[in-house]
Design a protein around this ligand. Structure first.
Ligand SMILES: Cc1cc2nc3c(=O)[nH]c(=O)nc-3n(C[C@H](O)[C@H](O)[C@H](O)COP(=O)(O)O)c2cc1C
Length: 329
């Protein structure tokens, strides 16, 4: 079975890539992902807040979402609560690069075009094969128009692209009025890949303490429907590589994502739940499925169920919604 794929111009042995998660916090854990069959690893994110907690530009944007400016800073973890400081992150990446045989993608997570962007260069110098730029922004200010939010994505991408020569992928939110337009603009602005989608963690309420609490719920395969649809719609429409992330747990999930048109299927929750060895199981199941269904390569499957390829392209649009509602018994 030929499982090879190309993502961000990187030749990968298969389409399984562990997405940013605590599994890349140590070299030992990254080694276990590689041994289990990962084709590349996206490291956990280095946050803008970590790099320049006090930067004036950032303070300005925190104020946007919080009303009470001074209190806004309290919502952010103090620097000592982060995993590793920026310099240690760069060191870990460099060490991992020296001992792993698979491509390593550094992850930068931020929303402004401040000095933190310099870290893109540092990750490149430390040996990163590519950068995943996670723009996790929650626009809560009613005065902020969608155009301005979109500009922010483009500006951050431009700043990072100016700083490095390695490929840059953008991990973005599904919450745009016109996602296809944003994707096309990021493509034109030089994005080498789009990672669909950022999973937005919704806060919960603690009813005893009457506090808003962050709590992460791991995904199930159901979460895959949203990225699956958009990968299928964007395949062949944008020139960038496409990565699916969210709800990919099994070999069948991987196959669906590849058929939609993804170059790689990223996994996080499944690996946190079952451990790195789960990759080996998924790879074995993937091989088995391909043999049984007479597929010879990943490339042969790629995009075969994209909107451009299916007999009924309307299945990805409003017509599908009407059908789905009417079919419910
Ligand atoms: C505990 C945890 C930590 C994560 N850390 C990061 C991160 O540092 N940067 C990032 O871009 N995504 C991060 N993610 C998001 C995942 O990479 C992934 O995109 C998301 O969980 C959806 O995929 P899944 O359904 O396979 O979990 C994290 C997810 C979890 C559950």
């Amino acid at each position: 079975m030929d499982l090879k794929t190309t993502y961000l111009g990187l030749k990968l042995k298969n389409p399984l890539v562990p997405s940013a998660s605590p599994l890349s916090r140590t070299l030992d854990s990254m080694k276990r992902l590689e041994d289990a069959g990962a084709a590349a690893i996206v490291m956990y994110s280095l946050f803008e807040e970590q790099i320049e907690h006090e930067a004036a530009e950032l303070e300005h944007y925190l104020a946007y979402g919080s009303r009470a400016h001074a209190e806004a800073l309290d919502y952010f973890p103090r620097p000592e609560e982060y995993n590793l400081g920026p310099e240690q992150y760069v060191e870990l990446l460099q060490k991992a690069k020296g001992s792993l045989g698979i491509p390593l993608i550094g992850s930068l997570n931020g929303i402004s075009t401040g000095g933190w962007i310099d870290y893109a260069k540092k990750l490149e110098q430390a040996g990163a094969d590519a950068i995943e730029l996670n723009i996790y922004y929650i626009p809560t200010d009613p005065a902020l128009a969608s155009q301005e939010v979109e500009e922010r994505y483009i500006n951050v991408l431009h700043a990072v692209k100016r700083a490095v020569r390695i490929p840059v992928a953008v991990k973005l939110s599904p919450y745009f009025s016109s996602l296809a337009n944003v994707a096309a603009r990021l493509d034109r602005a030089g994005a080498n890949g789009l990672v669909l989608f950022n999973r937005f963690y919704q806060p919960d309420f603690d009813l005893d303490a009457l506090e808003v609490v962050p709590n992460i719920v791991l995904s199930t395969s159901d979460a895959m429907r949203l990225p699956l649809r958009w990968v299928a719609i964007l395949h062949g429409v944008v020139k960038t590589s496409l990565a699916g992330t969210g709800g990919i747990h099994t070999a069948e999930d991987v196959i669906k994502m590849v058929m939609a048109g993804a170059d790689v299927a990223m996994m996080c929750s499944a690996l946190l739940k079952h451990g790195p060895r789960h990759l080996t199981t998924v790879l074995a199941d993937l091989n088995k499925w391909m043999v049984e269904h007479e597929y010879l390569s990943i490339e042969q499957m790629k995009g075969s169920m994209s909107q451009a390829s299916v007999a009924d392209p309307a299945a990805f649009e409003r017509a599908n919604y009407m059908k789905a509602l009417n079919r419910y018994k």
